[in-house]
Each structure stands twice: as structure tokens, then as C-alpha cells.
Design a protein around this ligand. Structure first.
Ligand SMILES: [Zn+2]
Length: 187
């Protein structure tokens, strides 16, 4: 199917959704909305059109074999069950063996996995797996804290609820003191 044809179908679908919600897609404020929604969704899912691991591939040799912790990496994602935003911060720690990567590269990698239809649990695991695959560290630990609009705006309406998930690999999986060091640096 040609992309223009598909776009037409999608725009018609968004108009139908507006009608389904009880509003008039032809009224002033909503006329351009289907185009804006289409463009917004392209942006929300930009991570599907890249391999986020590639950001980590520029590595440096170092002799540092202690914990490297990158805190408070902001991200915005979209819950795959409701297409509702969830957003928050990721904290990523790893103990390098030979390779380290730039801090901004880690943030870009997070962005690449966040910008897709996601669930927080999978996002957390993908971040840990990407670090393991590319940097081959002694271990990786990832903690993600997020608020989910699908919990705030609908259903049970818990405005302040936040969800924390973690993934541990390598030394962090086997050593509680490594996890404790990570968590003490988070505070
Ligand atoms: Zn949801």
C-alpha cells in the first residue's frame, strides 16, 4: 500500500475516533488535529526506526573497574495498552571491564527504547540488555521510576502513584553489596 493512501486511511480513522468521542471533526479547533496526531505519533515512536544500541557503540578503553552511575535520565514513553504517556527517570549503573561509553550516549539509548509503544518492565530490561550486549561490563543495574497517565487519568485515578522497576545483570544479580552501593548512590 502506498504511504499516501495509508496516511489518508489513518487521518480518516482519527476523524472517526473524534466522532466516536462525541465531537465534531469538522469544527474549527479539530480540523487539523488528525494531522497533528499523526505527526505526534511518528515522534512518539521514533525509536522503532533506529537501533538504540548503536548509540553505545562509540566506546573508550579505560582502566576504571568501579561503579559508573548515570542518574535521572529523563524519558517520555507511551504505554502500549492505552497509548497513554508514561514518563520519569532512568538510573543506569554499570561496572566496566574494558569499555565505557559517553554519558550522553546512554541518554540517547534510553530515548531510543522509550520512544515506542512500551511497558515499563520491558523498557527496564531492554536498557540493561543493551548495556550488557555492547559494553560487556562486569554488571549492569537499571532502575526506572515512572508515572503512568493511564493510572492517573482513567481507571483508578491515582494521581501520585509512581512505579519503580529494576533489572540487574552480572555482578549486580549475584552480589547484594553491589546492589546496595548502587542504591546508596541513588539517594
Ligand atoms: Zn496503560
Amino acid at each position: 500500500m502506498a504511504i499516501e493512501v495509508k496516511t489518508e486511511i489513518i487521518l480518516e480513522g482519527i476523524k472517526s475516533l473524534i466522532e466516536f468521542c462525541g465531537d465534531d471533526p469538522a469544527r474549527d479547533g479539530l480540523q487539523e488535529t488528525p494531522y497533528r496526531v499523526l505527526r505526534a505519533f511518528q515522534e512518539y515512536t521514533a525509536g522503532n526506526r533506529e537501533d538504540p544500541k548503536k548509540h553505545l557503540q562509540k566506546t573508550f578503553q579505560v582502566d576504571h573497574q568501579e561503579l559508573v552511575l548515570v542518574k535521572d535520565i529523563e524519558f517520555h514513553s507511551l504505554c502500549e495498552h492505552h497509548f497513554a504517556p508514561f514518563f520519569g527517570v532512568a538510573h543506569i549503573g554499570y561496572i566496566p571491564q574494558e569499555k565505557i561509553t559517553g554519558l550522553s550516549k546512554i541518554a540517547r539509548m534510553v530515548e531510543g527504547y522509550a520512544r515506542r509503544f512500551q511497558v515499563q518492565e520491558r523498557l527496564t530490561a531492554q536498557l540493561a540488555d543493551a548495556m550488557e550486549d555492547v559494553l560487556e561490563p562486569a554488571g549492569t543495574m537499571v532502575v526506572v521510576e515512572a508515572k503512568h497517565m493511564c493510572m492517573c487519568g482513567r481507571g483508578i485515578r491515582k494521581t501520585n502513584a509512581s512505579t519503580t522497576t529494576s533489572s540487574v545483570r552480572g555482578i549486580f544479580a549475584n552480589h547484594s553489596d553491589a546492589r546496595a552501593e548502587f542504591l546508596s548512590l541513588l539517594k
